[in-house]
Design a protein around this ligand. Structure first.
Ligand code: FES
Length: 272
């Protein structure tokens, strides 16, 4: 069992969870994830590791309450327990000195881009972070990202803070204004990652996305997380989660992610 040190709903429906998991904290690198089982009979759900403290032996994740598993997690208070935390999983982000790096995040992805922003900044890159939310009250991590970004650009769909629009819109404006971008990286909802990849494709900007298909074992054995990249079948858990956004078969990913939507919605609605 893994102790939950802290669980806070930091903005409506988005939770920060700090978990005592020394084995994971000791090895965690930017871009990696854990698979959590909230209880003994729960499903296994992947979450990007947003931060870690090797001395305290803790890791931090951000999650949205979207189904039964995350509803169970959202009810755990400080001092509560998780049945299983497996990780760190996945290939870490390659951190190199590249020049100007764009990081775009939405929803849980705002927290997920943080360790990459920090590592990229520490590697000597010029880091531009772009975050999006439906409205100002759904934004978080601004100060943390500011610390490791040369520029933090905030966007909201309703225009209540920062630029009105999305990561994709900010990205387009930056490119149109002549910003030279050496690499871009997007984490968040599949739609946002696809749209941003479409923008950078025409400008030949290397683009990485962290895919989040359905996962079970997280070690390459079940095949649930398969995605098609450049015409080849890949397992997001062991070959990713990071892939070239210009090579991903997005339509297949949408279809596979929505396989159990009806069942998940029914189960969540009737969960007590
Ligand atoms: Fe089973 Fe990736 S989650 S193969």
């Amino acid at each position: 069992m893994y102790e939950v040190i802290r669980r806070d709903e930091i903005v409506p429906n988005i939770h920060l969870m700090v978990i005592k998991a020394p084995g994971v904290a000791d090895k965690a690198k930017p871009g990696q994830f854990v698979i959590i089982m909230p209880d003994e009979t729960g499903e296994r759900v992947p979450f990007t590791i947003s931060d870690w403290d090797r001395e305290k032996g803790t890791i931090s994740i951000f999650f949205l309450e979207v189904g039964i598993s995350t509803a169970k997690m959202a009810r755990i208070q400080s001092g509560g327990k998780l049945y299983s935390v497996a990780g760190p999983l996945g290939i870490p982000t390659s951190i190199d000195k590249l020049g100007t790096v764009i990081l775009g995040g939405g929803c849980y992805g705002i927290g997920a881009i943080f360790p990459i922003a920090r590592a990229m900044k520490e590697a000597g890159n010029r880091v531009i972070s772009i975050i999006e939310a439906r409205s100002a009250y759904l934004l978080y991590m601004e100060d943390s990202l500011k610390e490791f970004s040369d520029r933090l650009i905030v966007s909201t769909f309703d225009g209540s803070k920062g630029m009105k629009g999305s990561v994709q819109k900010v990205l387009t404006k930056l490119i149109d204004a002549g910003e030279k971008i050496d690499q871009s990286y997007f984490i968040g909802c599949t739609f946002m990652m696809m749209k941003c990849s479409n923008v950078t494709r025409s400008h030949k900007i290397k683009t990485l996305v962290a895919l989040n298909p359905i996962m079970v074992d997280g070690t390459g054995m079940c095949g649930c997380c398969r995605v098609t990249v450049k015409g080849n079948t890949k397992f997001a858990c062991v070959d990713g989660p990071e892939f070239d956004g210009h090579e991903v078969d997005w339509q297949e990913l949408f279809a596979r992610k929505s396989l159990y939507l009806k069942e998940e919605a029914m189960a969540y609605q009737t969960y007590r």
